[in-house]
Design a protein around this ligand. Structure first.
Ligand code: O7E
Length: 292
């Protein structure tokens, strides 16, 4: 859960609470907004200057982001139910969420979402990318099955994202929006539009975006657009990205699949990723970065 705590002299804290920790990040309060939206200097009139933020950037007030502790998300792309449950149980102490996508759901059915949800935050990676009505139906089924978050694409546009967000709100769930993907083919069409998609995500009351760990410089560029929103980065390990570079570029968490579920000891691998993330966060924080 994220909320803003008022401080003194215009400095407040963005507070992210997990089951175990409270991460505080200093911010200016109220958050500065572009002058065109905010005719009054915020030091003169905190309430008046905060109003445009609520009106134009409602996600600051309402996002119910996934709780991050280790910063590690397991991509559970296996197709065998007992293996899936076994890997999830082994890595559970080291992860914040299990990402479930088509490979697992098509092989095991949506019941697997509920099974995993008994012990983990389940993020449904259905990369929802359809017209608003279909998006709403997909999101509804995912949340009814036990998901706490869902991933959608940005490219179908504002109304399609809004439909997912509306459905997520009914269930108190998160929406994460894909901006630029991690594979080389993303450079064909997605990368040139990623900034625009990140801006759209920023305006859409979502919890965060997905940005590529394989291109940390792009994580950094997209962070500059989305501000405090969550950035979760896949592409670590098997695709060549590293946890430390992604976190140092401004990612809040990383998504790892094969390097965890194919590891001889998934728990040990998860523990190593989690230590690497912690070290990178400390170094990033020392340099004045977020280090969530
Ligand atoms: O390469 P792996 O095995 O570590 O798996 C990476 C996972 O992240 C896999 O489930 C893949 O579908 C997903 N992913 C990417 O690899 N790149 C992306 O750009 C986006 C995703 C993804 O999960 O998108 C939604 C979060």
């Amino acid at each position: 859960m994220i909320h803003i705590e008022k401080g003194v002299k215009g400095i407040g804290y963005r507070v992210m609470e997990t089951g175990f920790e409270r991460h505080l990040r200093p911010i200016s309060y109220p958050m500065p907004v572009p002058n065109t939206l905010n005719p009054l200097p915020y030091s003169l009139s905190p309430i008046a200057s905060f109003l445009p933020k609520i009106l134009f950037y409602p996600h600051i007030m309402t996002c119910d982001a996934m709780k991050l502790s280790s910063g590690l998300v397991l991509a559970l792309d296996v197709t065998d139910r007992s293996r899936a449950l076994d890997v999830a149980a082994r890595v559970a102490p080291h992860i914040d969420a299990v990402k479930v996508g088509y490979p697992l759901v098509l092989s095991c059915g949506t019941g697997i979402i509920g099974e995993l949800a008994k012990s983990s935050y389940v993020l449904c990676d259905f990369k929802v990318a359809d017209i608003p009505n279909t998006n709403r139906l997909i999101a509804s089924e995912a949340f009814k099955a036990g998901a706490k978050g869902i991933i959608c694409h940005a490219f179908p546009g504002r109304d399609s994202i809004a439909a997912v967000v509306e459905e997520a709100k009914k269930h108190g769930g998160d929406v994460l929006v894909v901006t630029e993907m991690s594979h080389p083919g993303a450079l064909d069409f997605m990368a040139p539009k990623a900034e625009q998609m990140a801006r759209l995500a920023s305006d859409s009351n979502v919890s965060g975006i997905i940005a590529p760990a394989t291109r940390p410089e792009r994580v950094k560029a997209l962070r500059a657009i989305v501000g405090d929103m969550l950035i979760i980065s896949p592409g670590v390990g098997a695709q060549g990205g590293t946890a430390s570079r992604a976190i140092s570029a401004g990612a809040d968490a990383i998504i790892v699949g094969r390097s965890l579920y194919e590891a001889p000891d998934p728990a040990e691998a998860a523990s190593m990723f989690s230590s690497e993330i912690a070290e990178a966060r400390n170094a990033f924080r020392d340099k004045g970065g977020k280090g969530s």
